[in-house]
Write a protein that binds this ligand. Structure first.
Ligand code: SF4
Length: 145
């Protein structure tokens, strides 16, 4: 690639040409990203066969439905519970908190039974064990959509 050099006959244009994005926009975008809440999402392993999590990602990244209060979030992990009875979800939630998650989110397939109307029978135990493990300072969001 041929790079232009700066010389009196080839004056550099005003502004920062190293970035095609205006400096103010870049700063605003960075501010938005750094202020986004970081979340770790846990889904039902048995639902993986029938759902790729599309609506979960859409609501989380657009700040809608269960994410209206937080606004768009930064997803640091999207893991399954590890299979019945959900014991693996405890260590998985802890790992996501260790990696920066400020909230743990349970998808609606766990708490509401989407899309087949079959909520997780182990949900309350799983949620309570996770809260005990990660402590009270991490927000719990109990559905996605
Ligand atoms: S423990 Fe609950 S969330 Fe996990 S696979 Fe079983 S039914 Fe699904």
């Amino acid at each position: 690639m041929l790079l232009k050099t700066c010389s009196p006959g080839n004056a550099m244009p005003k502004g920062n040409i190293a970035s095609p994005v205006p400096e103010t926009t870049t700063r605003n975008q960075l501010k938005e990203i750094t202020q986004m809440k970081k979340v770790g999402i846990i889904r039902c392993q048995q639902t993986e066969d029938m759902c790729p999590g599309t609506t979960d990602f859409k609501a989380a990244t657009q700040g809608t439905l269960a994410f209206e209060e937080t606004g768009p979030v930064d997803i640091v992990g999207f893991v399954s519970c590890g299979g019945c009875p959900g014991k693996r979800a405890i260590s998985r939630a802890k790992i996501m908190v260790d990696r920066g998650a400020e909230a743990i989110v349970f998808t609606s397939c766990i708490s509401k039974g989407n899309p087949i109307g079959y909520p997780c029978p182990h949900y309350a135990n799983m949620r309570d064990a996770i809260i005990k493990k990660i402590g009270p300072d991490v927000q719990i969001i109990e559905y996605t959509h």
